[in-house]
Design a protein around this ligand. Structure first.
Ligand SMILES: [Zn+2]
Length: 479
């Protein structure tokens, strides 16, 4: 018994030390490992399988909107990076440089892509000539490198995986429409698949992407009350097009600049899944993203017919379209339960001699630990229902947690007190002046997460300076 408990006891309680709990879950659920490469991670099979499912779901949703995948080089010559002034200033502090090819110094150094706007612009300048070449709606799945000083698995690492979409359009309206469309794709994906509720809104100028006219974002709240930027979509207007000379001949034979967008989502979302849904027994994966949805755990598997029944259940459920494994190792059932819970597998099915005799099995939900006894004749129908309910419950629980940790502040005193004492979002009015954002960050470390599309008027004046307010902002301390 002592041995069985060990697996769980090795995780720090999330209420004691959330950061340590996170690190423990990542390690014990075997999602990543450290490597000799400083600031980078090894993504292990259990972690990579989640990313593969994220890719599959997003890629399908992208393609439904007309997106095509491409692949561009991972190196960017310095002269190319420098073409758009705001962009280079934003990224220069964290790029890694390649200066040599073998023993020979390069004539021009190249950075390892931190993001690929400049490469896509260089490509589009050649590719686009006429209005007939538009729109271009391309995406690439790749890794990028940003030389971060402090790193954490999934949340911040020097190399991470992502997708970056880059589009070019004939008109400003079309670019704006695409920017919003992709933000909505991300938001729907987060809510429907990851069971993570999001706030959709616009970034302030201070927080927007380097070189963008407007950045839209989805923001989510982790269990510890910190915010996580979960996906962004940028409208570049014709700024990059002018810097890179991306022009097309319009129907009326005039020469026009294209309007561009870009949008991205990263392996950070695995960190979000952990921090929104996890508990003190480990990871809890929403059924729609879990690489394995069901673990069949035989009880008294040495007894005749038990393992056979477990395999029979597995093959029946596989046929019905579930992802299923059988834990037929020689570990004790208690140990197997702990492992299934640690790995966040949404349900386990317990099957033992008594169950077989009664023609039943026991479904146990990972999130609530509710035990559901079900006739073997109705197993797959019941399982579908349980997973569906669990998916919905997880979203609702996360939404209730977020709403319970969202506060309004009308005065600066109230704002500072709330943001420092109550982890969560604080909604407050803002005058639009960056000086107030700077002061708030200085006083509290909180940042403007977004100006939500669904605006409310909490008062007429800025919470910080008292001047007339222009927008309601969600403020928070962020990852
Ligand atoms: Zn102000």
């Amino acid at each position: 018994m002592a041995k069985e408990k060990k697996l769980v006891e090795e995780i720090t309680s999330m209420d004691v030390d959330f950061a340590q709990w996170y690190t423990d879950v990542v390690k014990k659920a075997e999602l990543t490992d450290y490597t000799s490469v400083k600031g980078c991670m090894v993504i292990k099979p259990a972690g990579y399988a989640i990313w593969e499912n994220i890719q599959k779901e997003l890629d399908r949703r992208f393609k439904e909107t007309g997106v095509e995948n491409v692949y561009l080089p991972m190196f960017i010559p310095e002269s190319l990076l420098q073409k758009e002034k705001d962009h280079v200033e934003g990224f220069a502090p964290e790029v890694a440089w390649v200066t040599h090819g073998g023993a020979e110094a390069l004539q021009e150094r190249m950075c390892v892509r931190p993001t690929s706007e400049t490469l896509f612009c260089d490509f589009y300048a050649k590719e686009i000539q006429s209005y007939r070449d538009l729109p271009k709606v391309y995406n690439q799945w790749c890794s990028v490198v940003r030389w971060e000083k402090t790193t954490r698995p999934f949340l911040r690492s020097r190399e991470f995986l992502w997708q970056e979409g880059h589009t070019a359009h004939a008109t400003a309206e079309e670019a704006e429409e695409r920017t919003q469309q992709m933000l909505n794709v991300y938001a729907d994906f987060c809510e429907e698949v990851l069971a993570i509720p999001v706030i959709r809104g616009r970034k302030t100028d201070k927080e927007k992407f380097a070189g963008a006219e407007a950045t839209y974002t989805i923001e989510s709240l982790m269990h510890d009350g910190k915010a996580l930027q979960s996906g962004t979509s940028h409208n570049f207007g014709d700024g990059f097009a002018k810097a890179f000379g991306i022009q097309y001949t319009a129907k009326d034979n005039t020469l026009q600049y294209v309007h561009q967008t870009s949008w991205g989502m990263t392996t950070r979302m695995i960190g979000a899944i952990i921090m929104v849904h996890g508990d003190n027994s480990g990871l809890v994966l929403p059924p729609r993203i879990a690489p394995t949805q069901v673990m069949v755990i035989p009880i008294a598997q040495h007894k005749e017919g038990v393992l056979d029944k477990a395999y029979e259940i597995k093959s029946e459920l596989l046929k019905a379209g579930f992802t299923v494994k059988v834990d037929d190792s020689d570990k004790s059932p208690g140990w197997k339960f702990s492992e299934q819970e640690m790995k966040g597998i949404p349900v386990r099915i317990e099957i033992g001699p008594k169950d077989i005799e009664a023609n039943q099995a026991v479904i146990v939900r990972r999130d609530t630990r509710e035990k559901i006894v079900v006739s073997l004749d109705k197993l797959s129908a019941k399982l579908a229902e349980v997973l569906d309910t669990m998916q919905k419950d997880m979203l609702e629980r996360a939404r209730a947690h977020r709403d319970a940790h969202t506060y309004d502040a009308l005065t600066y005193e109230e704002f500072v007190k709330t943001i420092n004492e109550k982890p969560g979002f604080v909604r407050a009015m803002w005058c639009g002046d960056q000086a107030c954002e700077d002061k708030i960050k200085e006083d509290t470390t909180a940042t403007a997460r977004c100006m939500p599309f669904k605006q409310e008027k909490l008062s007429d004046v800025c919470v910080c300076c008292g001047k007339p307010a222009k927008a309601m902002v969600y403020w928070g301390k962020a990852y």
